[in-house]
Design a protein around this ligand. Structure first.
Ligand code: ADP
Ligand code: LRH
Length: 466
C-alpha cells in the first residue's frame, strides 16, 4: 500500500524466475473528517481482502505500506478512531517544541532519524491528552495493523519501527528512555519482529477462499523497494520514487555525525540489518497534487507536453516544507516562483516542467550529499517505483547528477516484499545480492545516460555544503 495507491500482486518465484501479476489495484484516497485528515483504513483493508480473494491460493502473504502512521487499539483489540494522515496539520509546531525539550543531538544519536514534522514521535506528542490515546492499549503501525486484522497476531516489524523516531538503532529495540522523557507511553509498543519471520495464518472469519501464512517482510515500503534495486555491486545510489523520493545508499553501519544530522539524513533499518542511509526528497507529491487540482488530466500527455517546454526556465526548492500539505498546489508552485524571482509558469505543461526540473535538481542535491556524508562513491543512480515510468524525470535526473540512471522496476516495493517471503520459504538464495541478481535477470530496466548539457545550480544548493 503506497500513499497514493495500493495493489495486491501475485508473484511466481523460482531460482531463476520472478513473474508478477497484479491481482487488484485500488486508490488510496484520504478523507477529511472534523477538520482532520485520515486514512480510510477500513476501505484499504476491504481492498486488501478483495485482492486476496482474486489472487487465488498462494504460499504466503506479506504486507508493506508507507511509514510513520499508526492505529491505536483498545483493551479488546478494537481500533480507536481512524488513523490520522501524516500530512495532517496536527503536528504543526510540535517538532520544534519536542526538539527544544529533548535536544536534536540526543534524538539523532539514539534514533538516527531525520527530522520530519510527521515522525511518529511528533504525531504521538500532538495526540497527548486525547481520549483516544488515554484509552489505547496498543499502537500498531499500518502494515502491522493489517497483519493483525489478517491473523489476530500483534507485533511491530523492525524496518518500519525504525522510522518512528522512537526506536533505538544501537540496541535495535524500542527507545524506552526516550519515550519516557517525551511522555510517550512505552506500553503501547508491541514486541519487535524481523522481516522473514512468520506472523500467523489468515483468520477463518475473513472468508478468504484459502487460508494462507502471513510473513513479515520489510513492511516499510521503502525497505522493500531497496531490496529490489537491481544493482550488481554496492556503488549505487537509489531513488525510491513515488509520492516521495527516498534518496540514499545502503550501508552496513549508521552515520551519526553532526554533518549528517545537519543535512537531515536518516539511518533507517533495512532488511538483513542493513542501514538505509537516505533523505526524504519531496518526490512526485507536488505533481500528484497538481493533477488532483486540475481534475485528473492524463499524466502521459502532460509529461509529453512538459518535455517540449524550455528546460529549467523556472525552478523552485521543491523540498521546501510549504509543499508538504495537500491542496492548492499549482498556486503554491506559482507563488514559490514569484518569491524566487522566477518566471511564473502559466499552463499546466509549464507547471509540470517546473516541478520535474525542480525535482531533478533536488535529486542531484541529495545524491551529492549522500556521497559526501557517507564516503560511498556511486557509479549509477537506480530509480525504482512509479517515478521510473517518468522518462523526463529520469533523463533530467541523469543530466543533473552527471550519472547514468537505471530506471525500474516500477513495482520494486512489491518485488522486495515477495522476495523476502520467497527466501523465508527457501525458494531463493540467501543474501541480498542473490535477490538483486534475480531482479536484474528478470525485470526490465531502462538506462538513461547523462547528456552533458548545462544544468543550472539548484535554488538551494548551499544545502549541499556539509
Ligand atoms: P506510492 O507508492 O507513493 O503510492 P508509486 O510508486 O505507486 O507511489 O508511484 C506513483 C507515481 O508514479 C505517480 O505519482 C506518478 O507520478 C508516477 N506514474 C505512474 N504512472 C506513470 C506513467 N505512466 N508515467 C509517468 N509517471 C507515472
Ligand atoms: C514512502 C514513505 C517514506 C516515508 C513516508 C511517510 O511511501 O514510506 O519512506 O518517509 O512514506
Amino acid at each position: 500500500m503506497g500513499a497514493s495507491s495500493g495493489r495486491v500482486v501475485v508473484a511466481r518465484v523460482g531460482r531463476d524466475t520472478l513473474r508478477l501479476t497484479p491481482a487488484h489495484r485500488f486508490p488510496n484516497d484520504p478523507v477529511r473528517v472534523g477538520g482532520t485528515l485520515h486514512w480510510d483504513v477500513l476501505a484499504l483493508f476491504r481492498e486488501v481482502l478483495s485482492g486476496l480473494r482474486r489472487a487465488g491460493p498462494v504460499a504466503s502473504v506479506g504486507v508493506d505500506s508507507w511509514a510513520v502512521d499508526y492505529g491505536l487499539l483498545d483493551s479488546t483489540g478494537a481500533l480507536l478512531g481512524n488513523p490520522v494522515h501524516y500530512r495532517d496539520a496536527r503536528t504543526d509546531g510540535v517538532l520544534e517544541r519536542v526538539t527544544r525539550r529533548l535536544g536534536a543531538q540526543r534524538l539523532y544519536a539514539t534514533t538516527g532519524v531525520q527530522q520530519l514534522p510527521f515522525n511518529t514521535l511528533y504525531q504521538l506528542t500532538a495526540a497527548a491528552g486525547s481520549p483516544q490515546l488515554a484509552a489505547a492499549h496498543r499502537l500498531l503501525m499500518i502494515p502491522d495493523l493489517i497483519g493483525y486484522w489478517l491473523t489476530g497476531e500483534i507485533g511491530a516489524e523492525a524496518t518500519n519501527a525504525s522510522t518512528t523516531q522512537l526506536y533505538d538503532l544501537h540496541a535495535r529495540a524500542w527507545a524506552d528512555e526516550l519515550m519516557a522523557d517525551a511522555g510517550v507511553p512505552a506500553h503501547l509498543f508491541a514486541p519487535l519482529r524481523e522481516p522473514g519471520t512468520r506472523i500467523g495464518a489468515t483468520l477463518p472469519g475473513l472468508d478468504l477462499p484459502h487460508r494462507t501464512d502471513v510473513v513479515a517482510v520489510g513492511s516499510h515500503d521503502t525497505a522493500s523497494a531497496v531490496v529490489a534495486v537491481p544493482a550488481a555491486d554496492e556503488r549505487f545510489a537509489y531513488i525510491s520514487c513515488g509520492t516521495w523520493s527516498l534518496v540514499g545508499v545502503e550501508l552496513t553501519a549508521p552515520i551519526l555525525t553532526e554533518a549528517s544530522r545537519r543535512a537531515n539524513f536518516s539511518n533507517e533499518g533495512g532488511v538483513d540489518g542493513t542501514v538505509r542511509y537516505l533523505r526524504n526528497v519531496m518526490g512526485l507529491w507536488p505533481l500528484q497534487e497538481c493533477l488532483r487540482d486540475w481534475g485528473g488530466p492524463d499524466l502521459s500527455g502532460l509529461l509529453a507536453a512538459a518535455a517540449r517546454e524550455p528546460a529549467f526556465r523556472s525552478v523552485v526548492d521543491i523540498d521546501d516544507p510549504s509543499f508538504l500539505p495537500p491542496g492548492g498546489m499549482p498556486d503554491r508552485i506559482a507563488e514559490a516562483c514569484r518569491r524566487g524571482g522566477q518566471p511564473v509558469p502559466r499552463s499546466p505543461a509549464a507547471v509540470v516542467r517546473c516541478v520535474v526540473d525542480s525535482l531533478a535538481l533536488a535529486h542531484r542535491r541529495a545524491v551529492r550529499q549522500v556521497q559526501e556524508l557517507s564516503g560511498r562513491h556511486v557509479d549509477a543512480v537506480h530509480v525504482v517505483g512509479g517515478g521510473a515510468r517518468n522518462a523526463l524525470l529520469c533523463q533530467l535526473t541523469a543530466d543533473a547528477c552527471g550519472l547514468p540512471v537505471l530506471a525500474g522496476p516500477v513495482e520494486a516495493t512489491a518485488i522486495g516484499n515477495v522476495l523476502v517471503q520467497a527466501r523465508a520459504a527457501g525458494v531463493v538464495g540467501d543474501d541480498l545480492a542473490a535477490l538483486r541478481r534475480l531482479v536484474r535477470n528478470t525485470q526490465r530496466v531502462e538506462r538513461y545516460e547523462p547528456r552533458g548539457g548545462p544544468v543550472p545550480a539548484g535554488p538551494d544548493d548551499r544545502r549541499v555544503e556539509v
